[in-house]
Design a protein around this ligand. Structure first.
Ligand code: PLP
Length: 406
């Protein structure tokens, strides 16, 4: 069934405002999505009615909030179809999650001469932690190249493996141009060589069904704020068998079992990886975001975003002097483009004057921009609450930018 777009837009209060005296258009969803009242109200309720630190209390509110926090873990488990609740670790976001794995996995399994495979289309969050790990351990990075449509070259990927390969870390969906990578097949390839795989799912979980067991991912990492949830929340899914073997990353309260001045033993999963007071209000808000996505319907969301992508791609390709990047067959609703002789930053500033928020720059993917031979793009990232009329307004604003520069 098609989505009731009037109802949906009413769920997102921020969309109702005007910016520079124009109705606000938000096309910066890949940077962060807006939040529905269902999420805002749920977090408001925590602070107004149930706020209390979790896990350590014997009193009523602590017990209640602990229950809500652990129910949120179960909500996330079901959302990505993990086998066990304790395979879900709450973090501050994807960056926090990848750093945790890079330190913990790196400490245990990476040594001099080892190799880690990443791709040319990664966000800096899935490059720099591995690069730093390689520097610390004397290991090296191998990079999967792309074709001109922004798709990874799978034969090259296959050739990158050696007896020293210890991990593959790749994005499910590229934030700069929207390519959906064939991660299921890529995981199979790695597993045939006994190499575990971390998937950066930051731009994927909100745009299509993710089943971590079907993918057979060893780690799957994402951020709450890009999926209609609060900032400062994120998830690492990790296979129980691997998480059990990894040392803790941060240490302190909550993640311990017995502490003496001589020795500390650690708590069981998932608490071993959740040192200190977690962002329980955020996590409870994140569960509300997942419920919102599920109640709206992921299939309906995917269908609507596909339609917006088709319409937007067609409209933008009709504009003279506009070059779209990323023509992968499988992609999410991201339109990344440049305008002849106009710096993306200048274009973005003018588009903003028409009340339209787009992002300009390298999208935290400098190595990829270098491969394209450009410094950055203008990126309009759309989600199900966007409309065709908004795309029309973007096209009009682009024409104004061109007029100004001609
Ligand atoms: N990975 C991808 C593909 C992203 O798009 C982003 C953010 O844009 C990140 C990682 C980093 O996410 P965060 O800043 O929420 O940690």
């Amino acid at each position: 069934m098609a989505l009731d777009i009037v109802k949906i837009r009413n769920d997102f209060p921020i969309l109702k405002q005007t910016v520079h005296n124009k109705p606000f258009v938000y096309f910066d969803n890949a940077a962060t999505t807006q939040k529905p009242v269902q999420v805002i109200d749920r977090m408001d309720k925590v602070y107004r009615e149930t706020n209390s630190n979790i896990h350590r209390g014997v009193h009523y509110l602590s017990d209640l909030t602990t229950r809500h926090f652990e129910e949120a873990r179960e909500t996330i488990r079901k959302f990505i179809n993990a086998r066990y609740d304790h395979e879900i670790i709450f973090t501050s976001g994807t960056t926090g999650g990848i750093n945790l794995v890079a330190f913990s996995f790196g400490e245990k399994y990476i040594s001099r001469g080892d190799e880690i495979i990443i791709s040319a289309i990664e966000h800096h969050a899935n490059i720099v932690p591995w690069q730093m790990l390689c520097e610390r351990k004397g290991a090296s990075l191998k990079v999967i190249p792309l074709n001109s449509d922004g798709e990874l070259l799978l034969e090259e990927y296959d050739r990158l493996f050696s007896s020293n390969t210890r991990l593959v870390a790749i994005t499910h969906v590229a934030n700069s141009i929207g390519t959906i990578n064939p991660v299921r097949e890529m995981i199979q390839t790695a597993h045939q060589k006994n190499v575990p795989v971390l998937i950066d799912g930051t731009q994927a979980v909100q745009h299509g069904k993710v089943d971590v067991q079907d993918l057979d991912a060893d780690f799957y990492v994402f951020s709450g704020h890009k999926m209609y949830g609060p900032t400062g929340t994120g998830v690492i899914y990790g296979k129980e068998s691997i998480l059990e073997e990894l040392p803790p990353y941060q240490t302190g309260g909550e993640m311990v079992d017995q502490v003496t001045f001589e020795k500390t033993t650690f708590n069981r999963l998932p608490f071993k990886f959740e040192a200190g007071t977690p962002n329980y209000t955020g996590v409870i808000g994140l569960a509300a975001a997942v419920r919102y996505i599920e109640e709206t319907g992921l299939d309906e969301i995917v269908a609507r975003e596909k339609e917006l992508l088709e319409y937007g791609s067609r409209r933008l390709s009709e504009i003279d002097g506009l070059h779209l990047f990323g023509q992968a067959e499988n992609k999410i609703s991201i339109l990344s483009f440049i305008l002849d002789d106009i710096h993306p930053f200048d274009a973005g500033m003018i588009i903003d004057k028409y009340g339209i928020a787009v992002r300009t720059g390298n999208h935290c993917a400098q190595p990829f921009m270098e491969l394209l031979g450009i410094r950055g793009t203008i990126r309009a990232s759309m989600v199900f609450y966007n409309t065709r009329e908004e795309i029309d307004r973007l096209c009009e604003a682009i024409e104004k930018v061109k007029e100004m520069f001609n």
